[in-house]
Design a protein around this ligand. Sequence first.
Ligand code: ADP
Ligand code: SF4
Ligand code: MG
Length: 340
Amino acid sequence: MMSTLLDIKDLSVDVTIDKQEFNVVNNLSLRIDKKQKYGIVGESGSGKSLTSLSILNLLPDVLHVSNGHIMLDQTINLTKLSKKEMLNIRGNEISIIFQEPMTALDPLFTIEHQISEVLKFHEKYTKKEMKQLIIDMLDKVGFSRPKQILKSYPHQLSGGMRQRVMIAMALICKPKLLIADEPTTALDVTIQAQILDLMNALTEDYDTSILMITHDLGVIAETCERVAVMYAGTLVEEASVQELFKNPTHPYSVGLLDSVKSLGDRTKKLYSIPGNVPTPAQLNESGCRFASRCSHVMDICRKQDPPQFVINDDHKSKCWLYKDGGKKNNEHYQHTIESK
Ligand SMILES: Nc1ncnc2c1ncn2[C@@H]1O[C@H](COP(=O)(O)OP(=O)(O)O)[C@@H](O)[C@H]1O
Ligand code: SF4
Ligand SMILES: [Mg+2]
């Protein structure tokens, strides 16, 4: 029996623009087990980063959690912690790495100095022990001359090397959860694969769970066991990765998968889902948030927001097509897609 590490329940995030509130993450619930590799996928603007920033209380000032809770280890409600209490969680229990490591690294300090800061804050080591720990960690993330990296400044390293440094910093205190927000999006394809492999291997060594945030289903396929598909601030489908790829149900997920498949086949015209993610102001309208782009839209979709329907034990979908039990409607739906 797996046990829950992070439990996000009914999370909503609102943004204040000109004294008006708009909802950008809506009633999102998901659970990450210990040692699990969990992914959130969706187009840019779907609320993935805001969800991950909410976990660590890092939302920018104009945004706030307006509903729900986020439990760590079933005991600590992260949404209720002060900034100071959160400092003890960050790095120690939960680490985060971002797309552009340059923004997280200070250009004025050496790599040794920056990794030492993380260690100093959480553990008591002598200077010598600390240096050895950092060298060992730099070795683990694949640097062949760790001592040389210690003395380097961030701008002296390539993008891929900087991301390795970030991984070293994120994992040196052996956190329970690593949040990786588009960690390879800024890197060359070959480097991307290396970084993903490295994250996979190290988190397995350390029994660290991963929350992988990406717009790229390929990254999900390579790194995750479970996946949540987000659209316009809502979780529209959730399943094991295998199940989602084999049996996608939500029209948005089907569209995302079609756009990946067409990437692999040069003879086909690149498929992309028509239209754009709605803006926060457009989101305050009622009904399914995907309705304006959905080729299966029905009357009820524009009137009422669909709940999560159970497709099977392993699989949920937030779409009215699955109202009367997933199976029957699903067969009908697959058929309509094929005959399009
Ligand atoms: N600092 C901000 N100020 C105002 N609105 C924001 C801000 N950050 C994000 N948003 C709104 O929230 C939406 C979701 O953002 P985000 O979580 O960054 O999307 P993703 O990571 O999926 O690309 C954005 O499309 C935007 O409308
Ligand atoms: S609820 Fe309706 S509009 Fe929304 S995805 Fe399903 S069929 Fe499309
Ligand atoms: Mg983002």
